[in-house]
Design a protein around this ligand. Structure first.
Ligand code: GLU
Length: 285
């Protein structure tokens, strides 16, 4: 059975969607068609028997628009205020859309501190397990209002990788505004080729990621490779795929060869705390 075919058997799936995938590029306003499609896609995944967790950015992006600010704020207190407004709005829309399909959903806000503290992480894991047992789809974001620069994850690629390892997920799907990892930046080099499968994340792969950035998100490709390091070492697969069509989520899980698949290679004594405290982006040595 090919690695792609094996994705059909994944049981606990984390899907991460970034700000750029949730808003209209031109106006920065929320893209309701996208959100609807996302919710339908995740509900159907859940209906097919999978545990599903959504990691959604967009709180700051939705919040500053709601407050009528001219552009995304730079200062930390303003970002936090925008996030407080936007997170509520986002959850309101998500819960309305999920309830149209009679699908339960819940909000979980996480901080890096919670994840680094064994007892609190254990409690968070229990909450996830309980919600999944109840058939609910948890919707996760960083708790921006209490996470200051020194202690924050800062990007939801890393956060989604941490969530995947904490809940024992076996697949992380990262949705973004590019088809996957290319051999070079496809915006600059027309010869750049999409890589379908990555078995080992070596310096060559890390180098390929460095130039590529996404239009609106905070992460770009480097944080996605960093997430792949955590997830694959934890023993789960990860796929980067284009969010232009959110049904790509279902295509990935039905084994279609789209996006870039990073294959799991479980590491003995895996401890994601090392990845967060020692070298945030790339593997040591
Ligand atoms: N937590 C931030 C938000 O919801 C997003 C972080 C990210 O873009 O990865 O706006």
């Amino acid at each position: 059975m090919s690695a792609r075919e094996k994705l059909k058997d994944k049981k606990r799936i984390v899907v991460k969607v970034g700000t750029s995938s949730l808003i209209h590029k031109k106006t920065g306003n929320i893209n309701l068609f996208r959100l609807e499609k996302l919710v339908r896609s995740l509900t159907d995944l859940h209906n097919s028997g999978k545990d599903v967790i959504l990691v959604s950015s967009g709180a700051i992006g939705v919040g500053f628009k709601a407050l009528g600010l001219p552009k995304r704020p730079q200062s930390l207190p303003m970002k936090q205020a925008c996030s407080a407004v936007g997170q509520g709005q986002l959850m309101m829309i998500y819960q309305k859309l999920f309830s149209e399909y009679n699908q339960g959903s819940a909000q979980i806000l996480i901080t890096k501190e919670t994840m680094l503290n064994d007892e609190r992480r254990y409690n968070a894991k229990n909450t996830f397990d309980e919600l999944l047992k109840l058939g609910v789809i948890p919707i996760v974001n960083e708790n921006d209002t209490v996470s200051t620069e020194e202690i924050e994850f800062g990007d939801n690629d890393t956060l989604s990788a941490v969530v995947t390892s904490v809940v024992g997920g076996d697949l992380l799907i990262l949705l973004t505004d590019i088809d996957g990892l290319y051999t070079d930046d496809p915006h600059k080099n027309p010869q750049a080729k999409l890589i379908s499968e990555v078995r080992v994340i070596d310096e060559k792969i890390e180098g390929m990621a460095k130039g590529a950035v996404t239009a609106v998100g905070t992460g770009g490709m480097s944080t996605k490779i960093a997430a792949a390091n955590i997830v694959t070492d934890a023993g789960a697969d990860m796929v980067i795929v284009n969010s232009d069509d959110l049904f790509n989520i279902n295509r990935v899980v039905s084994g279609e060869d789209i996006g870039t698949l990073f294959l799991a290679h479980k590491r003995e004594n895996f401890d994601f705390k090392q990845y967060l405290t020692e070298r945030p982006y790339f593997r040591k040595g």
